[in-house]
Structure formats: structure tokens, C-alpha cells
Design a binder for this molecule. Structure first.
Ligand SMILES: N[C@@H](CCC(=O)N[C@@H](CS)C(=O)NCC(=O)O)C(=O)O
Length: 322
């Protein structure tokens, strides 16, 4: 995977920025905030921002979900990248669903070097783009989701939804970190393990965390009680992808999510949240993952299965709070 080095695309990895099996790090590079108030560098304004996402990416998905469920679809534009990676990383089609109507760019790295002509680092999705200042506000999915939740309420079409209530902030941050490290990055540690020992450590750690969360979800409908909070939207994108992608393609195959009664019911419950399915294209997601990983392994086949019914009935609403 290439990266930008002083504003120029380099197809080769630069070791300081690569991930290895032990130390997968997904650090971001732009850390601006959209804030209320005229003096803010990035003020809250309708049609000023665009979210650049990829359908394969679970980090993109958490930002996309928050945009959708807060009712910001007409406030923050959405630009999707091709669910595939090329020589120059994430790219846009010339026309159609995966083109870039805002900047007409052909690769995502063009946005990074437009924002900072000397940028050195990974070129990742999602990003929040400020159309007025022609720069990246943030390329950290957690911050983008938090901005959508906390700072766009005056423009949100759906009122009363709060995935980050003040009284739960500490627990939310703690659980976000746990899920980020043990689940989100944990899955990628399995993919990127450099040898058997690294893989075994990553694999055991991942399934140990899934066991813990399975237990936690036997007590309450959502991770922190009877209302959905941020960590649920960090966890869900991985659960949605698990049996189709990570189980086979990433060798995360101790158990499938359908084998865990609570995790499976919870996944279906969240999947059936009103409006959520607007954020999902299961075919594009699978095609994207297989195309990317197959090209590294010299394979071309995309499996047809598995058949999974995320609309299966569940009884999660019968569970109360913790
Ligand atoms: N810290 C970032 C990480 C996002 C991330 O790792 N995105 C992956 C796609 S799933 C990516 O764009 N990788 C490209 C690269 O690493 O060069 C976030 O939370 O938003």
C-alpha cells in the first residue's frame, strides 16, 4: 500500500508508516473540528462539507451511519470512492456512483495534497472535506462521527437522537478505545500478521474480546444500556462484515457471528434500525474486500456465499438496560 511523501504519491510503503502484525496503527493526520459560531475556522453550515467514504471500510461506515441517522443527508454531501484500490490507492470513477462531483479528482491522494502540499502519511478514508476552504477538516472517523452527533444538531432533520450523551461520556470513550483496539484493529492484526506467532496472538485476543462483548450483551439490549451509543456504531460495521469477509478472507474463523446468540441478535437488531440500510451495499462491500485482498494474493475469485439474513427476527427489545 502506498502513501504520500511530502505531497507526492509513493507506491512503496515507507516503513515508519506501515502496519505490522503486532503494532497495527491507524493514526490520522488532520484533526480540525466543525464548531458552532461565526468565528470558528470550520463553522456549522449546510452544504459546506462533504464526507468522502468507501463502502468497504468499517471506519467510513461509522461516520456514514451517524450522518444518516442524525438526518444530515441533505446537510453534508456524500462522495463515494470505488470499492477497490489501485496503484495510487483509493480512486474515483470518471462518472457515476463513484465519481467526485466536487473536485473532479481521480484519486483520494489529490485531496490530501490539496489540503497540505507537504503532507506525509497514509491516504485513508473517511475524510470530512470543507468545500469553502478546500481542505480536509478531519480524517479521523471517530472525530467525524462525534462532530456529526454533537455539532450539527441545529441542521439535523432528525431531532432527539444523541449517541454521545454527557452522562455516559467516560464509559463511551473507554468502550470506543476497547472496540477500536481489540475489534477494529484486532481484525486487521489477523490479516497483517507477519508469522504464525503474531497471528495466534491476534486471533486469541480478538475472540477473547468477542466473548467479553457477547457476555456484556446478554445483560442489555445495546452495549451501554437501552439506548444506542457511539460504541455500538463502532462495533456494528465489523459485525456486519465478519461472517462474509473476516471469517474466510482474514482467517478469523474460530466462530462466526451467527454462532454467538447475543452478538447475532444484536447485529440484526442494529441492522433493522430505521434508515440504517441506506448506508449499506453488501455486494459492493464484498466485491471491494475481495478485489483488494485478491490482488495482493494473485487470486481473482469472489465467493458467492454465505447467505446471511440480517432481517432475521430477534428478541433484543425484551432486554432492558444493564
Ligand atoms: N484513523 C482512521 C483510519 C481509517 C482507515 O484505516 N481506513 C482504511 C480503509 S478501511 C484506509 O483508508 N486505508 C488506506 C491506507 O492505510 O493507506 C479513522 O479512524 O478514520
Amino acid at each position: 500500500m502506498g502513501m504520500l511523501y511530502e505531497g507526492k504519491w509513493r507506491p512503496d510503503d515507507v516503513s515508519a508508516f506501515t502496519r505490522d502484525g503486532q503494532n497495527v496503527s491507524f493514526a490520522s493526520g488532520f484533526d480540525g473540528w466543525v464548531m458552532e459560531g461565526r468565528d470558528a475556522k470550520h463553522p456549522v453550515e449546510k452544504n459546506r462539507y462533504a464526507l468522502y467514504c468507501n463502502r468497504t471500510c468499517p471506519w467510513s461506515h461509522r461516520a456514514l451511519i451517524t450522518r444518516q441517522l442524525k438526518g444530515l443527508a441533505d446537510v453534508v454531501s456524500l462522495v463515494l470512492l470505488e470499492p477497490a484500490m489501485g496503484e495510487e490507492g483509493w480512486w474515483f470513477g470518471a462518472t457515476g456512483e463513484y465519481s467526485d462531483p466536487i473536485l473532479n479528482a481521480s484519486h483520494l491522494h489529490e485531496l490530501y495534497s490539496a489540503a497540505d502540499p507537504n503532507y506525509t502519511g497514509r491516504v485513508s478514508v473517511p475524510i470530512l472535506w470543507d468545500k469553502n476552504l478546500r481542505t480536509i477538516v478531519s480524517n479521523d472517523s471517530g472525530s467525524i462521527a462525534r462532530m456529526f452527533n454533537n455539532h450539527f444538531n441545529c441542521l439535523a432533520a432528525i431531532g432527539g437522537v444523541d449517541f454521545c450523551p454527557d452522562d455516559l461520556l467516560e464509559e463511551i470513550d473507554e468502550l470506543n478505545d476497547y472496540i477500536g483496539d481489540r475489534i477494529n484493529d484486532g481484525i486487521y492484526r489477523c490479516l497483517l500478521a507477519s508469522g504464525q506467532e503474531d497471528f495466534d496472538i491476534a486471533f486469541d485476543s480478538l475472540f477473547c474480546a468477542l466473548d467479553r462483548l457477547e457476555e456484556q450483551l446478554s445483560q442489555s439490549r445495546y452495549l451501554l444500556g437501552s439506548a444506542i451509543t457511539e460504541p455500538d456504531w463502532r462495533f456494528f460495521p465489523c459485525l456486519l462484515r465478519f461472517d462474509t469477509i473476516y471469517y474466510g478472507l482474514y482467517n478469523c474463523n474460530l466462530r462466526r457471528i451467527v454462532d454467538y446468540p447475543n452478538l447475532w441478535g444484536y447485529t440484526c437488531d442494529l441492522y433493522q434500525t430505521e434508515g440504517l440500510q441506506e448506508t449499506i451495499d453488501l455486494d459492493a462491500m464484498k466485491r471491494g474486500y475481495y478485489t483488494i485482498i485478491n490482488s495482493r494474493r494473485g487470486d481473482t475469485i469472489i465467493p458467492k456465499g454465505p447467505l446471511i439474513d440480517f432481517n432475521s427476527p430477534h428478541q433484543r427489545h425484551l432486554l432492558g438496560s444493564k
